[in-house]
Design a protein around this ligand. Structure first.
Ligand SMILES: NC(=O)c1ccc[n+]([C@@H]2O[C@H](COP(=O)([O-])OP(=O)(O)OC[C@H]3O[C@@H](n4cnc5c(N)ncnc54)[C@H](O)[C@@H]3O)[C@@H](O)[C@H]2O)c1
Length: 300
């Protein structure tokens, strides 16, 4: 028996990139797949029903296409109800849809902030929340959300995206806690893959060009096996975790815990914080690292 036989999976943003490979791999693993995608540009401008339909056609009778946006509560509900109408149930939600509106923080407009928060953070909440009553009543279900090292570690010019992606990590952990009693699991994947989204990185200097050339070896299809595994019964003990996948590497990412504490029985003044607390804690400060400083070696 295939690992996802009899299961129904919703993949958002499945018309291209990583999401398309999720949809194909879920179907190959025996699942029926709701292929959702509004068919928009990297910036989230315009709509096209073509990409979702094309992926659904590629899969065949075990897929249906859907072009509702994740970024609105009513339409996110239609994504889930379309899956239930087409296939009679829902077992997994893969929150993958995404856009970018990169800009240095000091120039970022409210519209650029809102558009990215709406698709990534609000969209992940809307789609997950719309599936929750089904998962609760059937006492099973699985969420996989795409986060990013832009949020988990940091990146330049992505305040909107970083905030949304770190927010998604918090959302996933909260879902894992709140829904554990219903046998529902929630995990994050932080992918690295050559897609049109990464293709939008500016390459002006030789150094940037060389870096982007290396990124091309990270295929989108390499992310899918972990998502299929997480959606399967084999992962029944796996919840509340954040994984990263980059070509043939899989990482378990850390989650925030106290590193070191200082204590003075009489309490602190700004002066003793300066003379005692900070010098002690400073040894453990994190540098202003970006994702590429932490993942500094070439993809394997
Ligand atoms: N590619 C990477 O290296 C990388 C790194 C970190 C995180 N991610 C995340 O992985 C996910 C997939 O990214 P990708 O690289 O495949 O990008 P992509 O641009 O190829 O795919 C994103 C898809 O989401 C769709 N989409 C956008 N807004 C939508 C909406 N409102 N409703 C429904 N669909 C919508 C787009 O039409 C597109 O097909 C995203 O969440 C992204 O943030 C990717």
């Amino acid at each position: 028996m295939k690992p996802l036989e009899g299961k129904v999976v919703v993949v958002t943003g499945a018309g291209g990139g990583i999401g398309r490979d999720f949809a194909l791999a879920m179907a190959a693993a025996g699942a029926k797949v709701l292929v959702n995608d509004i068919g928009t540009s990297v910036k989230g401008e315009g709509k096209d029903a073509g990409p979702a339909q094309k992926v659904a056609d590629e899969i065949g009778r075990n897929a249906v296409a859907n072009t509702d946006s994740v970024a609105d509560w009513e339409s996110a509900n239609r994504i889930i109800s379309s899956a239930v109408e087409a296939f009679g149930r829902i077992d997994a939600v893969i929150n993958n849809a995404g856009i970018l509106r990169d800009r240095f923080f000091f120039n970022m407009s409210v519209e650029e902030w809102r558009a990215v928060i709406d698709v990534h953070l609000n969209g992940s909440f809307y789609v997950a929340r719309a599936a929750a009553p089904h998962f609760k009543s059937q006492q099973s279900g699985c969420y996989v959300h795409m986060t990013s090292t832009s949020g988990l570690v940091g990146n330049l010019g992505q305040a909107n995206y970083s905030a949304a992606k770190l927010g998604i990590a918090g959302l996933s952990k909260s879902i894992a806690l709140d829904m554990a009693k219903f046998n529902v699991r929630s995990n994050c994947i932080s992918p690295f893959a050559w897609s049109r989204m990464i293709g939008s990185i500016p390459t002006e200097t030789e150094d940037q060009k060389a870096r982007v050339e290396k990124l091309k070896s990270m295929q989108t299809a390499k992310i899918a096996p972990l998502a299929v595994y997480l959606a399967s019964e084999a992962a029944r003990e796996v919840t509340g975790q954040i994984f990263a996948v980059r070509a043939n590497e899989i990482f378990l990412m850390s989650q925030s815990r106290p590193l070191r504490s200082v204590h003075r029985s009489e309490g602190w003044t700004p002066e003793t914080i300066s003379s005692h607390a900070m010098p002690a804690l400073q040894q453990h400060f994190y540098p202003l690292h970006r994702s590429q400083d932490v993942f500094s070696w070439d993809p394997l």
